[in-house]
Write a new protein. Sequence first.
Length: 364
Amino acid sequence: MYKIFSTFTGAGGLDIGFHGDFKFLNKNYPKLPFITTYALEYNKDAINSLKYNKKYFSNTKLLHKDITENIEDELKKYNSKEFDVLLGGFPCVTFSVVGKQKGIKDNKDGQLYESFAKYVEKLQPKVFVAENVKGILSANKGKAVKIIKERFNLDGYNLKIFLVNFADFGVPQLRERVLFIGVRKDLKIEFIPPEFTNKNNHISSKEAFKELPSINECIHMQELKVSKNVVERLKLIPQDGNYKDVENTPYAVKGLMSNIYRKLHEDKPSYTVIASGGGGTWGYHYKEPRPLTNRERARLQSFPDDYNFQGNTSEVRRQIGNAVPPVGIYPFAERIATLLKGETPKYNLKNCIKEYDVETRKFI
């Protein structure tokens, strides 16, 4: 088994995708040769989620700590090249931060990025995978990702960058995220990106909600209580509509973003599931005049139905919204398993996701 050191673990979606051995929408995802030996996470409720779901994290030592605190002492506990894979997701950072210019010591996101980079430097895993928001590609007019790539190149890694729409890989959600995949140069093997599994066959919201567990089978099926005004407002909004559809009615609301009171469309994948926000941001059912339940959100994020999140309703929403969809990362984990075996997979380059070139700012 290949050993994973997981950082910014959250509810563990990235790790579950690497482990495999789960079921989603009646499809089995076979076990992969990975085990998470350590999971580092600051949020106590997320740690409790990992602890509760022993089926997925039975052999994992949980580290409830801030990754930026006492980092040098923490890293002394581990040997270089002890782990095969390092997982994580540092926040989107600005050019001034990654360039180690003024402000890095006082900038929270900068500290998190630096801490992840130090784990790479010290642990020297064979492969690392970091997830980020789409905006990092355009941060500081493209200079941020260029410097990040240079940084990991100096640490001894060939870094490839991909902009992934997880709907193209079997997740019932239009969710675009950036994946940084670094392979240690001494392995002398190239990471071959996976071929699309659902490029022209996205899973719809209606399909995602088939055979949902009952409220007696799953604690996350409780419906959020909303006012009568909200119910009446939602009745007026069509599928894929939002707050703009109730302008000039008694149920009008102020809004600036399209996700305010936005409904799903039963024949389309969900729009991006978000982790937090006030009234009107919870995501709304395509037919029923109500917010989505957390189990429905978990379905849109491709978590298996037996995964039991810990915390109150808002905290569970946060964990789900911040997670990496397990089904979406699974094909990338398969490729990494092949790479670690020293093998080159058979593939059709035309069907593979394209790499992002930091020099031309184009996909190649």
